[in-house]
Design a protein. Structure first.
Length: 245
């Protein structure tokens, strides 16, 4: 059994990864997010379908480095060896021209998508040293490859994730840790609602007649990436809805 640590597992892609990996009966799941109640619901759903799947959930805000250190230190002993880290927690908040943007939104995105990913990675690496096939998967985005109108700061954070994935691959080579970036286009999750601060109508209109990806589409791809033999690393995968330009 390989232990997978997923950040931002309370909804969307993170929750779908937990469900898909649980169904494969090869993984035990260490799940975190800020909303513990959603994680507990997910745990119940997973264990109703896969009674043997081991799941441990804890509340964590990836922006809080001291809490990350404390929570990882306080994990039960049998959860202290991690094979796979999926750096999934992230958000886009506000979609506006730079001249109209809210600096609090910028801080939230930079603190979560960039600094949070760095903090979690730094403090998880020591827990991966016993693993025979350690692997870190970062959720990047098409927004880490291109810039779109009013996407400014979110795109900047995902360009930073792209650079950090490349940097991790170089820095972690000596430890034998695989590093992969998964870069989706539009995925239908809570993401749009968070971006538009709860405006469901605006969130739905984003798809503009095209069929978006689902969280499961991305989770299936992550499962494939994880199933490659030890000598094969998929560095970067851009995954788009067929109809998205
Ligand atoms: P969701 O909003 O459905 O999920 C985001 C997850 O991140 C939630 O579980 C949320 O949990 C968690 N999260 C947010 N902030 C924090 C924080 N400070 N600490 C811990 N957890 C946090 O969106 P997606 O599933 O779509 O997004 C997952 C990843 O995929 C993100 O990195 C996103 O940028 C990326 N992505 C998404 C795309 C899309 O179109 N949906 C496209 C490309 C990339 P909680 O609120 O409980 O803390």
């Amino acid at each position: 059994m390989r232990t997978v640590f997923i950040t931002g597992a309370s909804s969307g892609i993170g929750a779908a990864c937990a469900e898909v990996l649980a169904s494969e009966k090869k993984y035990r799941l260490l799940l975190c997010a800020r909303r513990l109640s959603k994680l507990t619901e997910l745990q119940k759903r997973i264990q109703a379908q896969n009674p043997d799947c081991e799941v441990f959930c804890f509340e964590l805000d990836v922006r809080d480095q001291s809490d990350i250190i404390q929570k990882l230190k306080n994990l039960p002993n049998d959860w202290k060896d991690i094979d796979i880290l999926i750096n999934n927690a992230g958000l886009s908040q506000g979609l506006d021209l730079i001249q109209n943007g809210d600096p609090d939104d910028w801080d939230r995105m930079i603190d979560t998508n960039v600094k949070g990913l760095l903090y979690v990675t730094k403090h998880t690496i020591p827990l991966m040293q016993e693993s025979t096939h350690p692997h870190i998967i970062n959720l990047g985005s098409i927004a880490g490859k291109e810039v779109y109108p009013s996407g400014n700061v979110y795109c900047a954070t995902k360009h930073a994730v792209d650079a950090l994935t490349k940097a991790m691959r170089i820095d972690l080579l000596e430890k034998g840790i695989k590093v992969t970036s998964i870069d989706p286009g539009m995925v239908e999750t809570e993401f749009s609602e968070v971006r538009f601060k709860g405006d469901k109508e605006r969130a739905k209109n984003v798809y503009n007649g095209l069929t978006p990806l689902s969280g499961k589409d991305i989770a299936d791809i992550i499962s494939f990436v994880l199933s490659r033999p030890a000598h094969v690393n998929i560095n970067d995968l851009l995954v788009m809805p067929t109809a998205q330009a």
